[in-house]
Each structure stands twice: as structure tokens, then as C-alpha cells.
Design a binder for this molecule. Structure first.
Ligand code: UDP
Ligand code: UDP
Length: 467
């Protein structure tokens, strides 16, 4: 315990990707607002401009930064020599570089004054941070950026190994104690190949679960209550450390007053309530050129106004191609007649919260799902890889979204525009989805209200460090 026992010192360390940085900033903001001293360690250089911009914005918004209650430290990475494997995902490569730099984490932690009361780090860093914190006797928590369903899968992963690599068909259900069966088809190929680097990372991290002091999971009862209860009961991992489940509160307090609205905001203002289809595949899942063309055809054919955040590369810095180059002149003209296409980083929270948005075509990134659920927006899930298939199952089970169908993983094959358009219409016209989404929003509103269950869980967590 630090000398300032009424101000616990929390050290937060995310991994790479905007989808990981955002939840860390949310928890950093929440802890700082609860009078904790917060040190955020980010790797340097970061992979994407989006990550740098998010951190810069956070630092300008939080008064705790100037009051010296909040510090940013950089973990300098070794040079990025990717001659060995240039095809590797840049975010995964970054994760490897962070791992190689972790011996320096020990020096950073030792240098902190007052000393750290806890490290909260990304799940992908578990196997390396644990040796550092054990030797320094600092409690170590994982701040999980994905769904409880994904966490349950991760926690039970070694026991699923035979079922995943075996010959069972894709419709077979994987059994995880205390949960509904998980279709094998929701697990991406990289995790079925138990020798892949991703699978190896999961197993190494899984091996040290019980050495951790606890897990923070960004979820709530209405979305994943059953899964959280199964995790806490020890049915999935006997001796599971404490789980703190609460929705990480937004870190942008409100839209900066007086800021000018963008062209797309003005366009959204002109549309009818709940009439717009919002389409985004997150911060790092570009579709192939062929698939992008089919999405364009789907949006044109289904006759709803739409707003499409289109990405053509994994890392934003490399986003060189224009819509025109990908779709050609004729399709580009038709797309622009019916909707808005944005090729920049947008404030997705604001779009999803706009009254005109009536449905969301999503790749099922967990942050996106939470943003839509909190705003009562029905979803059409189209998982592309990673944890997204498992998240897709969670939203379909909760009833707040539907899944496209057997649409394969990113790049596996091209789904025709006609089929996508049909499913978009189904989502927009489904009263069942709309009323369930409204119910879920109401429950979330209660959970995140001041003094609600999320507030209480966060305080319970902080109280562990108060004398
Ligand atoms: N996001 C955003 N603007 C963009 C693209 C993404 O604000 O142009 C945010 C989005 O709101 C979400 C996060 O970036 O909070 C993406 O995380 P998610 O888990 O949905 O997907 P990922 O990008 O990690 O696959
Ligand atoms: N993940 C996990 N255990 C691990 C490493 C990763 O459960 O040991 C989860 C991670 O939290 C994420 C998912 O696997 O939800 C996919 O991870 P990745 O970083 O590749 O992609 P992203 O989160 O950007 O979709």
C-alpha cells in the first residue's frame, strides 16, 4: 500500500489497438474521478493514429492531468524489424514488441513514487506481467476489453482443445460449464489451430489465471448475467480469482459545448428518427474490394438512408485508397445519392446515440456492441475474426441483435449484396429486435446510473486499496 492510503495508485497498461485503448481510458478516467492516482503506461510508438489521437484527447480533457494526479509514461519499444514476417497483423506484431520490452516494465514500476498499489493490464500481456509483479509484490489485475462470453471461452480454452481441433462439424456445440453451448463455427480458424501464435498466447495466459488478483470485465447483467455468474461460481475455472463486472463509464464527459457539428452530423439531423442504417467494421477490419462492392450494392438496394464508415486498410496511416478507386464511378455516384460514406475516424458514440440511427451493421467488436446496446440500437452482426464470432453469439442470445448467417470469416468468401440487403431490411423492420433493444437500454441506464450497480462495483474494487 502506498503511503497515501486514501489515494490508491493504479497503473494501467493497455495493449495495441483502439478497441483496447478506449476501455483503458474509460477506466483511467473513472479511477481518476474517484480520487485515485493514475499512471498510464503506453507503448511507444503506437501502431495507429487513432490510438495517439485518443490518448492526446484524453489528456486534454482530464483536469487530473494538470493537477498531477494523472501521469503518462512511455514504454519504448525496440525497432520494428518486420523483415521476418511482413504479412503479420501489425497489432499482433506490436503485442510481440511490447512483450519483448516488458523487462523495462520492472524498472518503470520500481521508479514510481508513491509506489503502485496495483497494475491493471491487458489480457494479452498476462504471461509476462505476472513475473514482474510477483517479483515486486504488486497486485496484478486484468482489465478485460472484450465480453464476458469471450473471457469464459478464454478461461476454458485448454479444455476445449480436442473439440476445436477435432473433426466435429461446425454446427457442433462446444460445452462450457454453466453456459449454453457455443457453436464451433463462432471460433475463428486461428483458435482452432491450436499451434497458431494466437492459440499459443491464449494458452500461456490461461496458465497463469489463478496467479492474478482479479479480473475487471466490461459488461452488465442484462447482456451477460448468466456468463458472469458461471465465471464467479467457479464452474468454469475452479478457484477463479474475483471478477469485477461493470460497464466502464464513458471517458468523454459530454460533447464539447459550442463545438461545430460536422457535415455528417448535419446530415443525420435531417433524417427521420430511427431511419438510418449505420455501418462500421471497427477500427481494424477492412473488407476486401469485392466484399466492399457487395456492401455498397446492399445499401443501395435496401432503400434506407445509410451512414457507412469505410476502411480500406488495417492501419489508418495506410488508408490510401479512395471510395472511387474501390467502387468505380457508377457505384460511387449511387452510394452518394443515398447515403454518407466517411473514410475518417468518426465519433462513433455520438453517431450511435443520434436519434436518426435505427440499426447498426457491425463486425461485433465489443466496444461497438456496448455503444449500440446503451443506445437501444438493434444490430446485424457480421463477425470478421478474433473474438467477434463469440460476441455475435452473445448478442443473439441476449436478443439485442441478429446474426447475418453463414457469412464466413473476413476474406473467406464474398457474401452477395442481395443477401446482405435482405438481412438489413429484416433488422430494420423487426419489432422484436427493436423492443428488446429498448428494454436492454433501459436496464443499462439503471445499471450505470449514479449509485447503480456499476458504480458500486467500481467502488468495491477501489475500496480494496483503501486502508
Ligand atoms: N471507433 C470510433 N470511430 C471510428 C472507428 C471506431 O469511435 O471511426 C471506436 C468505436 O466506437 C469503438 C472502438 O473504436 O469504441 C472500436 O472497438 P471495437 O471493440 O468495436 O472494435 P475493434 O476496432 O477493436 O475491432
Ligand atoms: N484474448 C484473450 N486471451 C488472450 C489474448 C487475447 O481472451 O490471451 C482476447 C482479447 O481480449 C480480444 C480477443 O482475444 O478480445 C482478440 O484479440 P486481438 O487483440 O487479436 O483482437 P481485437 O481485440 O482487436 O479484436
Amino acid at each position: 500500500m502506498s503511503s497515501q492510503q486514501q489515494q490508491p495508485h493504479m497503473v494501467l497498461m493497455p495493449s495495441s489497438g483502439a478497441g483496447h485503448v478506449i476501455p483503458f481510458l474509460k477506466v483511467a478516467g473513472a479511477l481518476a474521478s474517484q480520487n485515485c492516482r493514475v499512471t498510464l503506461i503506453t507503448s511507444y510508438p503506437l501502431v495507429s493514429q487513432a490510438e495517439s489521437a485518443l490518448i492526446t484527447r484524453f489528456l486534454t480533457l482530464y483536469p487530473q492531468v494538470t493537477e498531477k494526479q494523472f501521469h503518462l509514461l512511455l514504454l519504448h519499444l525496440p525497432p520494428n524489424d518486420h523483415s521476418d514476417d511482413s504479412s503479420k497483423d501489425p497489432f499482433f506484431r506490436q503485442w510481440e514488441l511490447i512483450h519483448r520490452s516488458l523487462p523495462r516494465l520492472s524498472d518503470i514500476l520500481k521508479s514510481l513514487s508513491p509506489p503502485a498499489d496495483a497494475l491493471l493490464s491487458d489480457i494479452s500481456l498476462m504471461s509476462s506481467t505476472i513475473s514482474v509483479t510477483e517479483s515486486l509484490n504488486i497486485p496484478n489485475y486484468v482489465l478485460f476489453a472484450s465480453s464476458a462470453r469471450m473471457f469464459a471461452f478464454f478461461a476454458y480454452y485448454p479444455a476445449l482443445s480436442d473439440a476445436l481441433s477435432g473433426s466435429a462439424g461446425e454446427d457442433e456445440l462446444l460445452e462450457i460449464p454453466g453456459l449454453e453451448g457455443l457453436p464451433k463455427s463462432s471460433v475463428p480458424p486461428l483458435l482452432k489451430d491450436t499451434t497458431s501464435p494466437f492459440a499459443t498466447m491464449l494458452r500461456a495466459n490461461n496458465d497463469c489465471i489463478k496467479k492474478f488478483d482479479g479480473f475487471l470485465i466490461n459488461t452488465c447483467d442484462v447482456l451477460e448475467g448468466k456468463t458472469v455468474r458461471a465465471l464467479k461460481s467457479g464452474k468454469i475455472v475452479d478457484g477463479m480469482p474475483p471478477i469485477f463486472d461493470f460497464l466502464y463509464p464513458p471517458w468523454e464527459p459530454e460533447k464539447v459545448k459550442g463545438s461545430r457539428s460536422t457535415a455528417w452530423e448535419r446530415w443525420l439531423d435531417e433524417q427521420l428518427p430511427a431511419s438510418v442504417v449505420y455501418v462500421s467494421f471497427g477500427s481494424r477490419a477492412p473488407l476486401s474490394r469485392e466484399q466492399t462492392i457487395e456492401v455498397a450494392k446492399a445499401l443501395i438496394s435496401c432503400n434506407y438512408p445509410f451512414m457507412w464508415v469505410a476502411k480500406f486498410s488495417v492501419v489508418d496511416k495506410d488508408d490510401g485508397q479512395s471510395m472511387h478507386q474501390v467502387l468505380g464511378a457508377d457505384l460511387t455516384r449511387q452510394v452518394k445519392e443515398k447515403g454518407v460514406v466517411v473514410q475518417d475516424w468518426v465519433d462513433q458514440q455520438q453517431i450511435i446515440g443520434h436519434k436518426s440511427v435505427g440499426g447498426f451493421v457491425t463486425h461485433c467488436g465489443w466496444n461497438s456492441i456496448l455503444e449500440a446496446s446503451s443506445n437501444g440500437v438493434p444490430m446485424l452482426g457480421w463477425p470478421q475474426g478474433g473474438d467477434q464470432g463469440i460476441i455475435g453469439v452473445a448478442i443473439a442470445e441476449c436478443g439485442v441483435g441478429m446474426l447475418g448467417g453463414k457469412w464466413g470469416w473476413n476474406g473467406e468468401f464474398v457474401v452477395k449484396g442481395e443477401e446482405i440487403g435482405m438481412r438489413i431490411r429484416e433488422m430494420m423492420e423487426s419489432q422484436k429486435l427493436r423492443s428488446r433493444a429498448a428494454e436492454v437500454m433501459e436496464d443499462i441506464d439503471k445499471a450505470v446510473a449514479r449509485g447503480g450497480v456499476c458504480d458500486r462495483t467500481l467502488k468495491q474494487f477501489i475500496n480494496k486499496f483503501m486502508s
